[in-house]
Design a protein around this ligand. Structure first.
Ligand code: HEC
Length: 160
């Protein structure tokens, strides 16, 4: 009798474990997708800023149309709705630093990550207005853009 009861208990326990493992699997997939999407957005930031930075430095010949297009992309990207990109439980502590460099401080009550994101929006919109107006105008706007990227990375991205 006793061993029969244990048997049922064992099955129940196994079922609970199976269910929670399945649940975790789904949640993990959603979290991994969000991490991948936000890292991709960052790469698109870099790709567009890279052209503008190259022109500012004189490594790439200034071209008003190309500069404008890159700056418009950056401004649009910075204004995408990011609410699904930063789910709870997607930080370095939860996933490990090999999966993400997003620090847990992003999700803390005193986080200023939202403001840092807004600083990028403001700087990118200013760049959008300046980039097609000549190399000097582009140069005048790029500092604030770079600062807004670095301002967030300094506080919220784990250093490599
Ligand atoms: C509001 C904060 C914030 C702003 C603004 C920001 N970043 Fe990031 N960035 C992060 C965080 C956090 C990560 C780590 C994301 C992760 O690994 O999950 C990151 C990661 C990156 C990465 C690495 C992506 C990868 O392959 O893992 C690049 C490149 C990058 N950012 C470029 C930029 C550039 C360029 C800008 C400005 C145009 C910028 N970021 C603005 C927070 C920010």
């Amino acid at each position: 009798m006793k061993s029969g009861m244990l048997g049922i208990g064992g099955i129940v326990t196994a079922a609970v474990i199976a269910t929670s493992a399945l649940g975790d699997g789904h949640e993990n997939k959603a979290i991994q997708a969000a991490v991948k999407a936000r890292q991709s957005q960052m790469i698109l930031y870099s790709f567009n800023l890279g052209l503008l930075g190259g022109m500012a430095k004189g490594d790439i010949e200034y071209d008003a149309t190309a500069a404008s297009a890159a700056a418009s992309n950056l401004a649009a990207l910075s204004q995408l709705d990011q609410s699904r990109l930063w789910p709870q439980g997607s930080d370095t502590e939860a996933l490990g630093a090999d999966k993400t460099r997003a620090l847990p401080a992003i999700w803390q009550a005193d986080s200023t990550a939202g403001e840092k994101g807004m600083a990028l929006v403001t700087a990118a919109i200013a760049m959008e207005g300046a980039a097609g107006g000549g190399l000097e105008a582009l140069r005048g706007a790029i500092g604030e853009v770079g600062k807004s990227c670095g301002g967030c990375h300094d506080d919220y991205r784990q250093t490599e």
